[in-house]
Design a protein around this ligand. Structure first.
Ligand SMILES: [Zn+2]
Length: 487
C-alpha cells in the first residue's frame, strides 16, 4: 500500500561541512510556529512524545526524572485517583494553547482534543439569548445548574474559529533566522551579519547551502536534541549524537517571589548519613499532588518559574527569549499570543488549592460563537469544579530519589534499600517542610539529574542535620528498624 504523503516543511541551512556545524538556518513562519509551540507543551506531553519517537532507546537524561514520574502515574492503580479521569488528565495533560496548536501546519502533539459538553436540553440555547449563564464543561459527569440534567452533549468548540492561512503565533509573511542553539531572530542583513560574526567562521568560502525537510518525526527529534545538546540544529542535520548523560547543574538564584506564606508540606526523608543522599521520601498525598502536577506545567512556564536561568534547558530559554524580543504585529500576531508563549497558562481545571507555584489558569473556553447568528459571542460558564489534587487520601506514598512514586509498601521499601546497598546504621530520618523555595529547587533539580530529592533538598538536609540531628536521629520508622534483641 502506498504510504500517505507526509507534510514536510523546508529549512534552509548554511553549513560548515568540515566542522559538522549548521551556522544558521532560514525558516518560514510555519516552521517557527512549530518551534514556538514547544513552549506550550506540558512536561508530561513532552515525555510522552519523546518516549514514543525516541531515536535513542531512552529520553534525554535531563528529563529522565519527569519520565519516571510519568511512568509512575501510568502504573498507579486507578483507585488511588480522586476521579477516574485524573490519571488520564496527567498522562494526556491539556495544552491551554490547544486551539492555536491545532492550526499548526504539522501537529506534533498527539494529545486527544479536549471534549466539551453542554446541556442536552433546551436550556443552553435559551440561556444564551436570555442572558443567563450558559454552562459548559469538560467533565460529562457534571450536572447542568439550570435544569439539573447531566451536561453530556458534546459540542465542537472549534467550529468557526479556524484561522486559515493567517499564521498561528507569528505573522504569516514574516521569515526568520535560527541559530544552532535556537535563537530565533528576524530575517534581515543585520541578523545575518551578527550571526556570521558570532559563529567564528574562518573560511567563508567553505560554507555551503542545503535544505532540511522537517516532518513530525524531525520536529520531535529536534525537541529531543534541544534537551540534550547545545547545537540541536547541527545534530539534526549531521546526525551527530551529543547526548549528555549528566547535565552540569548551575546553582543560581531562583525567584522565590518572597512568598513565605505559601503552602507547606511536611515530608519524611531518609538520608544516607555518609553521603548525604536521600534515598527515599515518605509522604502524604499533598506532596504527591505537587510532584504529579509538574507533568501538567507547560515548558514555557517552567522556564518562567526558574527565572530563565537553567543550563539544561538553555536552548528552550533561547526560544523563550526570542519570543520576548520579537515585536508584536511585525513578527508576532498579537500581544495575547506573545503572552501565551512567554507565560503559558494551565487549563483552569487543573488549578486547585494544591498548587504551590504561582500558576495561572486559562478558562476552558470563554466565548461561544452561536451557530444561528455569527455576531453573537457569549461568555460561557464553566460548570466543572476545579480539581483539588489528583490522588485520593489518606494514603502514604514513597518517592525515590529519581522520582518513582508509589503507594508505600514495606516490601518495596526493603527491595529499594537492598538494591542501593545502604546499611541500616547509615540511615537517618529527617522531616522537611516543603514550601515554595524547596519546590522550586526540586523543579530545578528534576531538569538537572536523576538525583532529584538529594540535589533539590541538598541545602535543607545540611541545615536539618545541624539543627535537628539530636532530635530526629534515633527515630526510625518501624519498617526500617533493624530487629534488635535486648541482651
Ligand atoms: Zn440544562
Amino acid at each position: 500500500m502506498a504510504k500517505k504523503k507526509e507534510t514536510k516543511i523546508p529549512l534552509k541551512v548554511v553549513i560548515d561541512r568540515e566542522k559538522k556545524k549548521v551556522v544558521f538556518a532560514e525558516a518560514s513562519s510555519t516552521l517557527v510556529d512549530i518551534v514556538f509551540s514547544f513552549l506550550t507543551l506540558p512536561m508530561g506531553t513532552i515525555v510522552r512524545l519523546l518516549a514514543k519517537h525516541s531515536h535513542q532507546s531512552h529520553v534525554p537524561a535531563n528529563i529522565e526524572a519527569f519520565s519516571n514520574l510519568y511512568g509512575s502515574v501510568a502504573k498507579l492503580n486507578s483507585k488511588h485517583f480522586k476521579k477516574e479521569r485524573c490519571k488520564d488528565m496527567l498522562l494526556n495533560a491539556w495544552n491551554s494553547a490547544e486551539q492555536e496548536c491545532r492550526n499548526l501546519k504539522i501537529k506534533i502533539d498527539d494529545t486527544e482534543p479536549i471534549k466539551y459538553f453542554i446541556c442536552e436540553g433546551e436550556c443552553f440555547e435559551k440561556n444564551i439569548y436570555r442572558d443567563m449563564p450558559a454552562y459548559i464543561t469538560t467533565d460529562s459527569t457534571v450536572k447542568c445548574k439550570t435544569c439539573g440534567e447531566l451536561l453530556k452533549e458534546e459540542v465542537d468548540r472549534n467550529a468557526g474559529t479556524s484561522q486559515g492561512d493567517e499564521g498561528v503565533f507569528v505573522t504569516e509573511t514574516s521569515s526568520f533566522i535560527i541559530s544552532d542553539d535556537l535563537h530565533v531572530i528576524p530575517n534581515n542583513p543585520t541578523s545575518t551579519l551578527k550571526i556570521l560574526d558570532s559563529s567564528e567562521i574562518e573560511n567563508f568560502a567553505a560554507l555551503e547551502e542545503d535544505t532540511l525537510k522537517l516532518g513530525a518525526d524531525e520536529f520531535i527529534h529536534l525537541l529531543q536534541l534541544s534537551f540534550s545538546s547545545e547545537t540541536p540544529l547541527s545534530d539534526l542535520f549531521f546526525g551527530t549524537k551529543t547526548m549528555n548523560s549528566q547535565v552540569p547543574s548551575m546553582e543560581s538564584p531562583i525567584a522565590t517571589r518572597g512568598d513565605d506564606s505559601s503552602k507547606k508540606m511536611n515530608i519524611k526523608i531518609y538520608v544516607q548519613k555518609s553521603t548525604n543522599r536521600i534515598f527515599l521520601a515518605h509522604c502524604s498525598e499533598d506532596f504527591i499532588d505537587f510532584l504529579l502536577s509538574l507533568l501538567t506545567i507547560p515548558l514555557g512556564k517552567v522556564i518562567r518559574l526558574l527565572n530563565n536561568n537553567h543550563q539544561s534547558i538553555f536552548c528552550f530559554e533561547n526560544v523563550h527569549k526570542s519570543v520576548l524580543e520579537l515585536n508584536v504585529d511585525e513578527y508576532l500576531r498579537s500581544q495575547k499570543v506573545k503572552e501565551k508563549l512567554l507565560n503559558p497558562k494551565l487549563s483552569e481545571y487543573y488549578l486547585g488549592s494544591s498548587h504551590i507555584f504561582p500558576l495561572e489558569g486559562n478558562p476552558i473556553c470563554n466565548k461561544y460563537l452561536s451557530d444561528l447568528d455569527s455576531d453573537i459571542f457569549k461568555e460561557l460558564t464553566d460548570a466543572s469544579p476545579k480539581l483539588e489534587g489528583f490522588v485520593r487520601g489518606p494514603t502514604k506514598y514513597m518517592v525515590t530519589d529519581d522520582l518513582f512514586v508509589s503507594p508505600f509498601s514495606s516490601v518495596s521499601c526493603f527491595t529499594h534499600l537492598q538494591s542501593l546497598k545502604v546499611p541500616i546504621s547509615d540511615i537517618e530520618e529527617q522531616v522537611i517542610s516543603i514550601g515554595m523555595e524547596e519546590a522550586l529547587k526540586l523543579l530545578r533539580a528534576s531538569l538537572t539529574s536523576t538525583s532529584v530529592l538529594s540535589n533539590g533538598l541538598k541545602l535543607f538536609i545540611l541545615k536539618n542535620a545541624k539543627q535537628e540531628t539530636s532530635v530526629n536521629l534515633p527515630k526510625y520508622d518501624r519498617t526500617l528498624k533493624k530487629p534488635k534483641v535486648d541482651k
